[in-house]
Design a protein around this ligand. Structure first.
Ligand code: AMP
Ligand code: MG
Length: 481
């Protein structure tokens, strides 16, 4: 691989150089061929051996310059002045044959100067969850970091119990977070803040390089990308769980997978992070938190705007409108509404209210709605709904479809390209993890088969589309990852 290490070319105040701490007896748990192709790599035994050695810290790529990045961030609304890569390393950057630059980041690589009280490690279950979910999100067409591979080992790591020290090799367009800007701004390193912003524009927003007001345009684009990302999450029923500003990617990708969750039953107040007692990061809060986080980024960028808070606020004010327009567009697609009408947002609001009352499975509802035909018995849909809670809304929908000027067959086809049949339900991830912890990694690959083509039918894997079985109804995801 051909490393270019542009971040390592920045001044030393941006990072600490160091190597990964080796893991004992490493083995490759999973490798995403789809992610490998981004680096022009093919899944073959020699690649597997190379990744096992590098991802366990037992070998290094000669031209890579590994480093831990420094950043800070607002965690649960409170500013934490010093965070940084406490258990991950940016191994380096690679440019592929198409000219795209990819960061290679090893999560679980051992202690760094930013580890604080942590052990620098990651456990198998959290690596498997990030691996499955980041690949699943990509195939749902939601912006996200990618996962190249997971490696497990015999190095013990202590959480609630002893677990297997593991690593995940993450690919991303950049690992720069909102928190990077906060760090340089609030430590008053204003030259570095400018260097960071210019670097980010050069590598991630190159079309803005020549613009006179490029800092404003940069902030505006970050806002738009963030609004769009959160609209994607809301449309698919995904909760991130820890939307701290250090987990917000500057290029608007889903970033740092922790106690995330896809909703099974629709619940507007869904909280996937069991340590989030106030529900700060509940599903319903995500758009507001996205806006708040952009506000924190705006404050950090103030020195680049001659401390003109009004200029920041004017741009920031565009967030709610931008979010709503992305969200409405996505929901219209989910509902098969090909010709927009002004009243659609109201129809969507009423749908969410009806779903909240009904409490049916969010994903299955939309998938069954694809086959809805007004005036027919719609048996499959009614089975998903399980009662009369949606009758009123379905009547409204029938009326709305009359003005849609598209036949049911075409509408159904279009809807099935945006309403997934398969999502990464918590219980499915849990099953794959339990097998993996016993040394059987095959369930991860089976699950990945449906997650890679979530809009297709998979007759051999029908059960993966099912809502959680009874045993999984109280399943809690541990936040200690
Ligand atoms: P997260 O909640 O995973 O986004 O992490 C928040 C901060 O804690 C980041 O600076 C991480 O690098 C750090 N961190 C999380 N887990 C560990 C760990 N096991 N060891 C060291 N640092 C960690
Ligand atoms: Mg994080």
């Amino acid at each position: 691989m051909n490393f270019i290490n542009t971040f390592a070319g920045l001044p030393e105040t941006f990072y600490t150089r160091l190597l990964a701490t080796p893991l004992i007896n490493p083995r490759l748990v999973a490798l995403s061929a789809s992610a490998a192709s981004l680096l022009d790599l093919k899944d073959k035994p020699s690649l597997r051996d190379e990744l096992t050695a590098v991802c366990s810290g037992n070998a290094n790529w000669i031209s890579a310059e590994p480093l831990a990045m420094v950043y800070s961030g607002h965690q649960f609304g409170v500013y934490n002045p010093q965070l940084g890569d406490g258990r991950g390393l940016l191994l380096g950057e690679v440019r592929n044959a198409c000219g795209e630059k990819w960061d290679l980041h090893l999560k679980g690589a051992g202690k760094t100067p930013y580890s604080r009280f942590g052990d620098g490690r990651a456990v198998l279950r959290s690596c498997v969850r990030e691996y499955l979910c980041s690949e699943a999100m990509h195939h749902l067409t939601i912006p996200t970091t990618r996962a190249l591979c997971v490696v497990a080992s015999d190095t013990p790591v202590y959480r609630e119990t002893e677990e297997a020290g593991s690593t995940l090799l993450r690919l991303a367009k950049t690992h720069i977070r909102f928190g990077h800007f906060e760090y340089f701004s609030y430590t008053n390193q204003l030259d570095s803040l400018k260097t960071l912003t210019d670097y980010t524009i050069k590598h991630c927003f190159p079309h803005l390089l020549q613009a006179g007001d490029r800092y404003r345009l940069f902030f505006k684009e970050v806002l738009e990308k963030t609004a769009r990302l959160i609209a994607c999450w809301q449309s698919v029923g995904f909760a991130h769980g820890v939307m701290n500003t250090d987990n917000m990617s500057i290029v608007g990708e889903t970033f740092d997978y922790g106690p995330f969750g896809f909703m099974d039953k629709f619940d507007w107040h869904y909280i996937c992070n069991h340590s989030d007692h106030q529900g700060r990061y509940a599903f319903s809060q995500q758009p507001d938190i996205g806006y708040w986080n952009c506000g924190r980024l705006g404050s950090a960028l103030l020195p680049l705007f001659n401390n003109n808070a009004e200029a920041i606020q004017t741009t920031l004010d565009q967030f709610p409108g931008s979010y709503s327009s992305y969200y409405t567009r996505l929901m219209r697609q989910k509902l098969g509404l090909l010709i927009p009408e002004d009243e659609d947002p109201e129809l969507i609001r009423e749908l969410l209210a009806a779903l909240q009352k009904c409490g049916c499975d969010y994903t299955l509802f939309f998938r069954a709605l694809c086959d809805f035909v007004a005036g027919k018995d719609n048996e499959k849909l009614l089975k998903v709904i399980g009662g009369s809670a949606m009758t009123g809304w379905l009547q409204q929908y029938s009326q709305r479809l009359k003005r849609n000027l598209v036949d049911d067959t075409r509408r159904c086809q279009q809807m099935k390209t945006v309403n997934p049949k398969f999502i990464l339900r918590n219980y499915l991830a849990q099953q794959a993890i339990e097998h993996a912890e016993q040394g059987d990694f095959s369930e991860i690959n089976r699950l990945m088969t449906v997650l890679e083509t979530p809009f297709d039918e998979h007759p051999d894997y029908e059960s993966y589309a099912e809502p959680p079985p009874l045993w999984a109804s109280g399943l809690k995801v541990s936040c200690s990852s």
